[in-house]
Ligand binder design. Sequence first.
Ligand code: 4AD
Ligand code: MG
Length: 483
Amino acid sequence: MTNQPLTTRSPKKIIFVRSYTLLYMKQTKVSELLKSAKFGHEVTVKGWVRTKRESKSIAFIAVNDGSIIHNIQAVVEVSKFDAELLKSISTGACVAITGTLVQSQGKGQSSEIHTNKIEVIGTADESYPLQKKGHTLEYLREIAHLRPRTNTFGAVLRIRHHLSFGIHKFFNDKGFFYLNAPIITGSDAEGAGEMFHVTTLNLENPPKKEGKIDFEKDFFGKETNLTVSGQLEGEAAATGIGLIYTFGPTFRAENSNTPRHLAEFWMIEPEMAFYDIHDNMDLAEEMLKYLVKYALEKCIDDLTFLNTMYDKELLNRLNMVVNSTFKRIAYTEGIEVLEKSGHKFEFPVKWGIDLQREHENYLVEHFKVPVIVTGYPREIKAFYMKQNEDGKTVRAMDVLFPYVGEIIGGSQREENYDKLLARIKEMKIKEETLWWYLELRKFGTCPHAGFGLGLERLVLFVTGMQNVRDVIPFPRTPKNAEF
Ligand code: 4AD
Ligand code: MG
């Protein structure tokens, strides 16, 4: 039987392939065991030992396989097993345990395994850093390769997964197409010059032409960088296939060492032909409520854990967002609210300033719901935003959330060729890198709009973690690219 080819299509052989697979996948996930009422059946679980308690006759081994926040407990009759084998089972070890699933007598678990067989797949000695005691999140960042084995990061990673899946589901269900924007580009989508260069030139002795580095000799024959945003390519796709969204990594070489900034973060950027700024706001609000609700539905065990361990207001905050109507205000109105507040801000308030964290926080607390601010001064926003008739403001929108501040930035786009070109020149942006972007306005231009959601800001909000470094598996920040 074992010599049968696996690729065959005959019905008989397909049956064989199935049984072959079963043989090798016989462990059951802890998430399923805890739900299952198949008491009396033999089951196998594979995972990592969280704790082992041992009395003379009985040992209790708590095993977690990451499928769920809870462990399953294996009850072991000490006399039935080799003492050396039991000794080698310590916190951190990887084990396979086979036994009978029984309804648990103990408090706090629904089922447990009465152990018949134990295999130690990988031991972990006393130097294993995640011994029983709690660890600071700062310390866990230093062992980011092991933190998926903690309750907190298990929860965060599962929530991050469900949110990512929910994002694809939301857009797919609405008829949006998923677009893969390039990672390496020759343009600066935000015009802010915060890019990581991509080059294969010898940095110790780069080729020169007229005293300057000769990028014609570089891999792409021109200067290139990691993308700061997939928006411009997203606009090209939206003005052909209508509704698109990107979902990919973006890179910013801004030297911001804050709990909200990463040098590498994931962004979701929908772009919609024929949407104006109001349609754009409607979509952003609908999407954010959908995603928070989705997390509440799919991740309630993990959220309950985080609510208990870190932040007693977490679930309240999530429900508040789902049930709220976002407040929409013009930038000018927002400035008035801040000025009239009598509050002493570190960054003084006056028309024209970019809103700082403290201002954003004040507005959200003032209105007690998420706030969408529109009509920002053109001087503080990117070149591509649609210019308003007043000559002073652009059709920008930022969504401000409790707890995290700016979670979304977006705008209606300038669809008028002459206005866009004038703005590019005015801002001294390299026009030659944007020839193709300008052509979208030259041939069959149309009103369109879009926005960018920072995935880590969303995960930060949903998990109640306090630092974006703790919601991405391996954070990239200034002076830190370990792992
Ligand atoms: O406001 P930003 O810079 O807007 C854009 O990139 C536009 N191209 C989006 C668009 O209209 N398609 O970034 C959008 C969002 C921010 O609101 C924030 O959530 C997140 O991306 N973000 C960051 N997240 C983590 N670390 C950083 N350094 C971030 N910079 C922006
Ligand atoms: Mg922004």
